[in-house]
Design a protein around this ligand. Structure first.
Ligand code: DAH
Length: 346
């Protein structure tokens, strides 16, 4: 038998089959058909006993195996690449497609104002404190120089839970808590939070609203410091050229007490509906902490002095954005809230 010819035939047959094959599984079948233990090439080994030049037979056997193997492997590589390219084409992500437009939430303008006020005062070295909304009479009134039966209690229509416990009618109560904890040390805080009063809700009144209380206690604090602080606040909150005016007033926990007006940011003092043609807008109450308040919380009024102020959050927000109905803050009507998207981004 001319084994050289036989090997040659096998190789020609195999390479024809390989070149015709156009998928991976048929290539594997070809590999089995020729190179597995019972494959056509392997079976040729049975003839070795019949040949005299076993070395030459062995060489040609190995050469044929290798050649067929490398033909198959090359074709497998080509087929694999083809398959991969097809898959990549199928899975291709078109990065030029417009993305999904996620709707981002917008903070209620009321909270935007709280954040803005906090930022302004943090910038002046204040820290932010919180206190309980349901509080004892002691903190809401007594420690603030409003004893039982004091006529000043009529200034606030309070919602009582029992004789001693109530929904705080102002955030000034947090002052009393902070002073108690500070044990005679200097204080520089603001306290934002909800407050409650017995009120019929209408465009300008709400049984629940919010305030930011401010309190500074240290040596040598005076009315000038209060004015400078509020002026800086007003300039940042409203406009750079805002002026501040004090009018004398009365609060039981401050002496002297003032009502604070800012120059109208809308008409710059000329007179318009927002300032009711006066050129000024009332924005908050303030004053120097009353000596009795200092004393009750363990501060010596001869050594320490302080100022306090209380800002109505809804009022400031309504003024700043021209909102005419306080109830809009609580209804969570998205059409209203969405109007304030730009406010945050500016
Ligand atoms: N607590 C007052 C109110 O609810 C606001 C206020 C006025 C707070 C004067 C103060 C202040 O700290 O000094 O109407």
């Amino acid at each position: 038998m001319d084994y050289t010819l036989e090997f040659e035939n096998i190789k020609t047959k195999a390479s024809e089959e390989i070149s015709k094959a156009n998928d991976l599984s048929s290539l594997i079948n070809i590999k089995n058909k020729y190179l597995s233990k019972k494959g056509e090439v392997s079976l040729m080994m049975n003839h070795i006993k019949e040949v005299s030049d076993k070395k030459a037979f062995g060489e040609i056997y190995n050469k044929t195996r290798k050649e067929i193997e490398s033909l198959i492997n090359e074709k497998i590589k080509v087929e694999e690449e083809k398959k991969l390219n097809e898959e990549l084409k199928k899975e291709r992500i078109d990065i030029t497609l417009p993305g999904n437009n996620y709707v981002r939430g917008i903070a209620n303008p009321f909270y935007q104002t709280i954040n803005e006020i906090e930022d302004i005062f943090r910038g002046m070295g204040y820290s932010v404190e919180h206190g309980p909304e349901v509080d004892y009479d002691k903190y809401v009134f007594e420690l603030l120089n409003i004893p039982h039966d004091h006529p000043a209690r009529d200034m606030q229509d309070t919602l009582y839970i029992n004789d001693n416990l109530l929904l705080r009618s102002h955030t000034s109560s947090v002052q009393a808590h902070v002073m108690e904890k500070a044990k005679g040390k200097p204080i520089k805080i603001i306290c934002p939070g909800k407050t409650y009063r017995r009120d019929d809700d209408d465009m300008t009144h709400s049984h629940q609203f919010a305030q930011v209380e401010g309190l500074v206690i240290d040596k040598n604090i005076n009315l000038g410091n209060l004015k400078a602080t509020l002026e800086l606040f007003a300039k940042k909150m409203f406009s750079k050229d805002t002026k501040v005016r004090f009018r004398s007033s009365y609060f039981p926990f401050t002496e002297p007490s003032v009502e604070v007006d800012i120059s109208c940011f809308n008409c710059k003092g000329k007179g318009c509906p927002i300032c009711k043609n006066t050129g000024w807008i009332e924005i908050l109450g303030a004053g120097m902490v009353h000596p009795n308040v200092l004393k009750m919380s363990g501060y010596d009024p001869e050594v320490y002095s302080g100022f306090a102020f209380g800002i109505g959050i809804e009022r400031v927000t309504m003024l700043k954005y021209g909102i005419n109905d306080i109830r809009k803050f609580y209804q969570n009507d998205l059409r209203f809230i969405k109007e304030f998207k730009k406010v945050k981004e500016d």
